[in-house]
Design a protein around this ligand. Structure first.
Ligand code: DGJ
Length: 549
C-alpha cells in the first residue's frame, strides 16, 4: 500500500472509531424517555430500563436547601433510587421574566452527591386544585389572571384554565424550567416531570367564570369529536353513555354533544384542563423532551364532581385527557384509599402505563405490598409513597425496596412478557380485607396464591401488608419474592399430571446473579405441599417443580 493511501486508511479507521465512541457516549447520555417492551412501558435512563423505587417529599421540604440537605440520611435509609420533589413557580419566577434556579440547582447537586435520581413536580397554576404556588405578580393581578368562579359567583383561589394569558405565563415559566434543565442536567439526574399537581375543580363541577361560560357555549373542538369517533369501540363506558344519549353527534355545542348534566359539565372542564396542560407539555418538550405525566386525586365513592376535585385525569375522563393532552406520556394514580386493587387496573391501558407517584404515607404497613402488586401485576415502571423523609429503616418499604433493587435486572427483563404476576390481598374502600386465595395460570401451571403464614396467627393489618410477585423463570421454575404468600402449584395443561416440589431454595440476587441460601424442605414447604414466603420479612425463593402420575 502506498504511504498516502495507508495514512488515509488509518485516518478513516481513527475517524470511524471516534464516531463510534462518540455515538456510544451520546447513547449513554440520551434524554430519558419511555420505551415499549411487549405490553409494558419502561422508563429509559441512559438507555437502560430504570425501575423507579421512589418516594415523594413533603410539599415544602425542597424549598430550602439546608433543610433538604439534612434529610438525605433518612432518604438513603428509605432505600429509594429516586426522589419526587416540587419545583414551585413562585420560587423560580419571583419577578415576571426573571428566573432564579438557585434552589433547583442546589437540589440537583444534592441528589447527585447522594446518587439519587429526581422526578420534578411542577407546582404551577394548580397544586391540589388550588393556585397557591403562583407568583405574587400572578396572585395579585386578577384582571390579567382571572379566577374561577363557583356556581354562586364567588371567586376561588383557583385560576381559570380558560384564560390565554394565564396559559401563556405558566407555559413561559415551564418552558424556562425545561430549557434550564437541558443546560444544566447533561448527567440526566432528572428523569421525568410531573405537570401541575392533582388538577381538579373545587367546589363545583366546573368553573362558572365569564371565560368558562363563553367556552362552554362554543362548538366542541374537532380534536375531541374526532377522538370519540376514532375510539368509539374503546371509550370509557360513562363517556360512551353521555355521547350515545345525545346521538353520537360528530359536531355541535357542548350541550348538543354531551347534554347538560353534571357529568357533561365535568367533561367540558376536563377538556379545559387537559388542553391547558397540553400546551405546557408541548412547549416543555420542545425545550427538553423529558417524559411528562399528570397525577390524579381519586374520586371518593358517592361524591359528586366538585365534592371531589372535578375533571382531573380520572379513569372515567381518560379519553378526554388523552384527546386533549396527547403529548403527556402518563396519567398517573395517587392512591390514598385502601382499595388500590380496584383502582390500579383502571390506570393500566394499552395507551397508559402504570406509574404510582403518590401512595399513602411511606411508613404505612401496606406500602410495600402495594409496590410489589403494582410492579408485579401491572408492570408499573415506578412506585413512590408520599412523605418519604418520615420513613424509618424498620418500615416495610425500605426492606421491600432492598429486595426489589436486587430483582430489578430480572424485572426489567421480564416486563411486558406475561411471565410476571403481582399479588396483594384485596381491601375494600371501607377497609374490609379479603385475603381469600387468588388463582392465576402461568405457563403450564395453575397457581393458588394465599396470604398469611399458615403457621402463625395473622391479623387484618398483617394481611394488608402481605404481598409479592412471582416470575416464571422457565417451564418448571418460578421465582417468588415478597412477604406472606403461600403458593400451591397444579397442572394447567390438561395432561392430568400431579405436581411436586423438586427443590425450593431461599436466596438473594447479587449483581443480577442468583445466590443460594437455605435449601428449604420439611416444615418450610409443609412437607412438599406448598411454598411459603414468611410474614415477618421480605424474602425470595426459587422453586423447581416436577410432574408425576
Ligand atoms: C396529595 C398531594 O398531591 C400532595 O402534594 C400532598 O398534598 C398529599 N396529598 C398530602 O397527603
Amino acid at each position: 500500500m502506498q504511504a498516502p493511501t495507508r495514512r488515509a486508511a488509518l485516518y478513516a479507521c481513527a475517524l470511524a472509531l471516534f464516531l463510534l465512541e462518540g455515538s456510544a457516549a451520546q447513547a449513554a447520555n440520551s434524554v430519558p424517555h419511555l420505551r415499549k417492551q411487549g405490553t409494558a412501558t419502561q422508563l429509559m435512563v441512559n438507555d437502560q430500563p430504570f425501575l423507579v423505587l421512589g418516594g415523594e417529599l413533603h410539599n415544602s421540604s425542597a424549598s430550602h436547601l439546608p433543610y433538604l440537605n439534612k434529610l438525605w440520611p433518612a432518604l438513603k435509609g428509605a432505600e429509594v433510587n429516586t426522589i419526587l420533589a416540587p419545583v414551585q413557580w413562585d420560587q423560580i419566577e419571583p419577578v415576571e421574566g426573571r428566573f432564579d434556579f438557585t434552589v433547583l440547582d442546589g437540589m440537583l447537586k444534592q441528589a447527585r452527591a447522594n446518587d439519587t435520581k429526581l422526578i420534578l413536580l411542577w407546582f404551577g397554576a394548580w397544586k391540589n386544585s388550588m393556585s397557591t404556588y403562583v407568583p405574587p405578580w400572578v396572585k395579585r393581578d386578577v384582571q390579567r389572571f382571572p379566577r374561577s368562579l363557583a356556581r354562586n359567583g364567588v371567586a376561588q383561589e383557583v385560576l381559570t384554565p380558560f384564560s390565554p394569558k394565564t396559559l401563556a405565563a405558566d407555559t413561559a415559566a415551564y418552558r424556562a424550567l425545561l430549557a434550564h434543565l437541558k443546560q444544566v442536567d447533561t448527567e440526566r439526574t432528572v428523569v421525568m416531570i410531573q405537570v401541575e399537581n392533582e388538577i381538579g375543580m373545587l367546589p363545583d363541577v366546573r368553573d362558572y367564570s365569564p371565560l368558562a361560560n363563553a367556552a362552554i357555549a362554543e362548538q366542541v373542538p374537532k380534536a375531541l369529536t374526532d377522538y370519540l369517533n376514532a375510539n368509539r369501540a374503546r371509550l370509557h363506558p360513562s363517556l360512551q353513555a353521555l355521547w350515545a344519549a345525545n346521538g353520537h353527534r360528530a359536531s355541535g355545542t357542548w350541550a348538543e354533544v354531551f347534554g347538560t348534566s353534571v357529568a357533561a359539565e365535568e367533561v367540558f372542564q376536563a377538556w379545559g384542563y387537559a388542553t391547558f396542560v397540553e400546551a405546557l407539555t408541548a412547549a416543555g418538550k420542545a425545550a427538553y423532551p423529558l417524559p411528562m405525566y399528570v397525577n390524579a386525586a381519586l374520586n371518593r365513592p358517592g361524591k359528586k364532581p366538585g365534592e371531589y376535585p372535578s375533571a382531573g385525569p380520572l379513569p372515567h375522563l381518560f379519553d378526554v385527557w388523552k384527546a386533549g393532552a396527547p403529548s403527556l406520556d402518563v396519567l398517573a394514580i395517587d392512591t390514598y384509599f385502601p382499595n388500590f386493587t380496584d383502582w390500579a387496573p383502571q390506570f393500566k391501558r394499552p395507551d397508559n402505563p402504570l406509574f404510582v407517584p403518590e401512595a399513602d404515607n411511606a411508613g404505612r404497613h401496606d406500602a410495600a405490598a402495594k409496590a410489589f402488586y403494582a410492579i408485579g401485576e401491572f408492570d408499573a415502571f415506578g412506585f413512590s409513597p408520599f412523605g418519604v423523609e418520615d420513613s424509618k429503616a424498620s418500615d416495610p418499604l425500605p426492606q421491600a425496596y432492598r429486595l426489589l433493587r436486587q430483582l430489578t435486572p430480572l424485572i426489567n427483563q421480564v416486563q411486558g412478557s406475561g411471565n410476571m404476576r403481582g399479588f396483594k390481598a384485596k381491601v375494600s374502600y371501607d377497609g374490609v380485607v379479603d385475603a381469600s386465595p387468588q388463582q392465576v395460570t402461568m405457563g403450564g401451571y395453575a397457581l393458588q396464591v394465599g396470604f398469611s403464614n399458615p403457621w402463625a396467627k395473622t391479623d387484618a393489618k398483617d394481611l394488608e401488608g402481605c404481598g409479592g410477585l412471582i416470575i416464571r423463570l422457565s417451564d418448571d421454575e418460578f421465582l417468588l419474592a415478597g412477604k406472606g404468600l403461600t403458593v400451591t402449584f397444579k397442572d394447567a395443561t390438561g395432561a392430568g399430571d400431579l405436581v411436586g416440589l423438586e427443590k425450593v431454595t431461599e436466596g438473594t440476587y447479587e449483581n443480577g446473579k442468583w445466590k443460594d441460601g437455605r435449601w428449604l424442605n420439611g416444615d418450610e414447604i409443609h412437607q412438599g405441599r406448598q411454598v411459603m414466603l414468611v410474614t415477618g420479612d421480605f424474602t425470595m425463593q426459587r422453586v423447581k417443580l416436577y410432574r408425576y402420575r
